[in-house]
Design a protein around this ligand. Structure first.
Ligand code: ZN
Length: 295
């Protein structure tokens, strides 16, 4: 019989994006997380890791040196979110706002987090930094939202999401044939028409749609995202119950999930650079981490 592995706690640093701009905030973010039980993280091409964090040429940064004595290990990488063409943070934030306004018309739908685009450096800088992170961090894996990328299968994971436009069985087939691990996120479930029930599938009742989909993919899933579909799910997890707690349990039982990647963003009021309120965020994330790990 195969012995299963226990998933390790990871944090997606994008959840504290305002703290990834300046080097000292980034250090604080990593130290706070490490003290709260998170030894692994997912990084994006953050400004604090560039040679020029705020985009002012006269304020030089240490670049990747910032990761040298970092108390948490970067195990996964993701691309920046819609970076603009501006290096300077003030110009980039404005460009981000204008860009989104053009794309979405600024009315109707719930507005996307537009300011975030400008918290990244320019697209060119982000692409260069991504490449460096991928090359210099040994064994780090890229988390992609599509299979249409050029990374070797041992350095790539694909996050299941509706935008992938494949059915459950197609995703499973590609994942197995190309030996690419999957990331399961309960907030990005496939539409029900992409899920074909297999003949002879046991008719046991599922607690929820996430459970049905997780079980279908579980042999290929290497990372489970703890990304609460609603605030109520987050509150439940904080109290050690509910669907995310069950998902963490299912991930342990699957025996092949390497990481539980917490994607709960730090509330904005606790992210303001320079304010001493970050500790409340770390206390909160520590409690969440404990709920996920305890049996
Ligand atoms: Zn996710």
């Amino acid at each position: 019989m195969e012995t299963g592995i226990s998933p390790k706690l990871e944090y997606n640093l994008a959840g504290g994006l305002a703290l990834t701009i300046r080097e000292r905030d980034f250090r604080q973010l990593c130290e706070g997380l490490a003290d709260s039980g998170y030894r692994y993280a997912c990084a994006l091409p953050f400004r604090s890791l560039t040679e020029n964090p705020l985009g002012f040429p006269f304020l030089k940064g240490k670049g990747l040196e910032n990761l040298r004595n970092c108390p948490i290990q970067i195990v996964h990488l993701e691309e920046a979110w819609n970076p603009t063409n501006e290096e300077n943070i003030a110009k980039a934030v404005i460009a981000g706002l204008l860009h989104r306004k053009k794309l979405f018309g600024g009315i109707g739908e719930f507005p996307p987090p537009q300011v975030w685009d400008g918290l990244f450096s320019s697209k060119v800088t982000c692409d260069g930094l991504f490449e460096q992170l991928y090359t210099k961090i040994e064994g780090v894996k890229v988390i992609s939202h599509t299979f249409e990328v050029d990374f070797p299968s041992d350095r790539l994971l694909v996050e299941i999401n509706p935008g992938i436009e494949l059915s459950q069985s197609e995703i499973l087939d590609i994942s197995i044939q190309r030996n690419i691990g999957l990331v399961f996120d309960p907030s990005h479930l496939l539409a029900s028409d992409k899920i074909i029930s297999v003949a002879g599938e046991p008719t046991k009742p599922y607690k929820g749609e996430w459970e049905r989909q997780f079980i279908a993919f579980s042999d290929q899933v290497r990372v489970v995202d703890i990304n609460p579909p609603s605030l109520a799910d987050e509150d439940d997890l904080f109290e050690g119950k509910g669907s995310l707690k069950e998902l963490a349990q299912a991930a342990k039982e699957a025996g092949k999930v390497e990481f539980l990647r917490v994607e709960i963003p730090i509330p904005i009021k606790w992210q303001i650079p320079g304010l001493p309120s970050h500790q409340e965020a770390f206390d909160f994330l520590q409690a969440i981490g404990q709920r996920l790990i305890e049996g």
